[in-house]
Design a protein around this ligand. Sequence first.
Ligand code: NAD
Length: 353
Amino acid sequence: MADKIAVLPGDGIGPEVMDEALKVLHKTEEKFSFKLEIEKGLIGGAAIDATGHPLPEETQKLALGSDAVLLGSIGGPKWDNLAPELTPELGGLLALRKLLSLYINLRPAVVYEELKESSPLSPKVLSGKVDLLTVRELAHGIYFGQPKKLTDEEAFDTMIYTREQVEQIAHVAFRQAKMRRGKVTSVDKANVLSSSKLWRKVVIEVAKDYPEVTLEHMYVDNAAMQLMLNPLQFDVILTSNLFGDILSDESAAICGSLGMLPSASLGAEISLYEPAGGSAPDIAGQGKANPIAQILSLAMMLETSFEKVEAATAIRKAVDKVIADGHRTGDIAKAGDEIISTSSMGDLICSFI
Ligand code: NAD
């Protein structure tokens, strides 16, 4: 039986960039002689409009019956004022992550040589290639910790980590570092938070299994600063759910556009692949979105879930080539560049595979 993927385009630019990723998938299947079974489903606002729920039962069954999920993006102003559990964000995306027991998010951030000018950082700071990977805990911490309370007078959330949860993610970060440049920066707030004190203790213990990897610790406030001052110092950043949410967006900003950045969320059985950015309502439906994040998410999926390393490499090389040749969507263009559409970018990438 063919490997199966659930394709959930979602809202805003999601369906536009997903069309391009599927074009690239079909081209790659032809070129490398394999075939994935594809089934599309609804999530987020699109699912609310069609069924009243951001993660309908049918989508849940589809995701659980697939080997991997390729997601576009969810959300938009139309669905912002619903009850929290019915919003695309909580009831859709966070619920899907929980359903698939996704526990780790991998977010590469690369500053392409040719796109240094799109980065808000000065050339002095970008004196080499920024190539870092944020490994973020995804299933626990303050977003899910109980108890929570919200009244008009008082509100709180609970940041909680167990030894086992920290061990699990630390091993993934050290294994990634072994395949990269051999350095882990564990980011916490151990000078203030008890959950961070345990985090740091456990990470130090796990590091003993990886003598070839260098471990350093950094407080989250300093890490936020260091990402701006000297991003070249980072290889793998290992951090908790809340800190990783913020730092991975900051590392995305260094790259110039969210439209270039893929991500993978790993589960024990089924993993989820999606662009780092959101549904970009400001440019949705105008053919302006950059499909590269979605296309690189596809590459991560082919490599990680289906071991199609050659196919993933061909996709990445095709992306490198369009960038090197100067093709630009609006988000990565500088003054005077010709701006191409979402579908032209997808076509060009296909042509280089
Ligand atoms: P956003 O990531 O959607 O947009 C931020 C900026 O980045 C916008 O200017 C947008 O045009 C630009 N951008 C993002 N992706 C792009 C692409 N592929 N090509 C070109 N430009 C791109 O974040 P936001 O505006 O804060 O949120 C919009 C909606 O998306 C909200 O409803 C939010 O909840 C949702 N959201 C969803 C996800 C997700 O699906 N994983 C993540 C973040 C936000």
